[in-house]
Design a protein. Structure first.
Length: 146
């Protein structure tokens, strides 16, 4: 991944530098974490002070535009970013990490449930078939009467 162009604007009231960058990459679109690490190397800032707001890719191209904010200190970043949706994203990531640790025990019961489900479906199909055949037999004598 290469950062080709950078447009920088200083926002002293929010204690941050705002970067609009053009990315060129091969294969899959880079994740926000990858862009964050690349920007921390470019700006020589701590990666914990970088926040990637978005990555916009035009369909079928290997280029993207991204907005990245680099804060001057951790306190200002927390104060401002807590007002945005990043708090919800962090909660989702924590839940995902918790579920990764619990996946192994959770897989065994899931397999048992999958085995039970087809048995139940086969029972309901068997119950429905006689009813359909009964309906079909009732309809045939009615047709003969007419």
């Amino acid at each position: 991944m290469n950062i080709t162009k950078k447009e920088v604007s200083k926002n002293d009231s929010l204690s941050r530098s705002e970067y609009a960058i053009h990315l060129s990459f091969e294969g899959v679109t880079p994740s926000k974490e990858v862009v964050k690490e690349a920007m921390s190397k470019e700006t020589k800032a701590d990666s914990s002070l970088c926040v990637v707001k978005d990555i916009k890719v035009n369909f079928g191209t290997n280029e993207a535009i991204s907005n990245v904010f680099v804060y001057t200190n951790k306190d200002e970043m927390k104060r401002i970013e807590d007002l945005t949706m990043h708090k919800k994203i962090e909660e989702k990531l924590k839940k995902a990490e918790e579920t990764k640790g619990e996946e192994k025990p959770a897989e065994a019961p899931a397999e048992e449930k999958k085995e039970d489900a087809p048995k139940e479906e086969s029972n309901t199909k068997n119950e429905e078939k006689p009813q359909e055949s009964e309906k079909g037999s009732k309809e045939k004598p009615e047709e003969k009467k007419e």
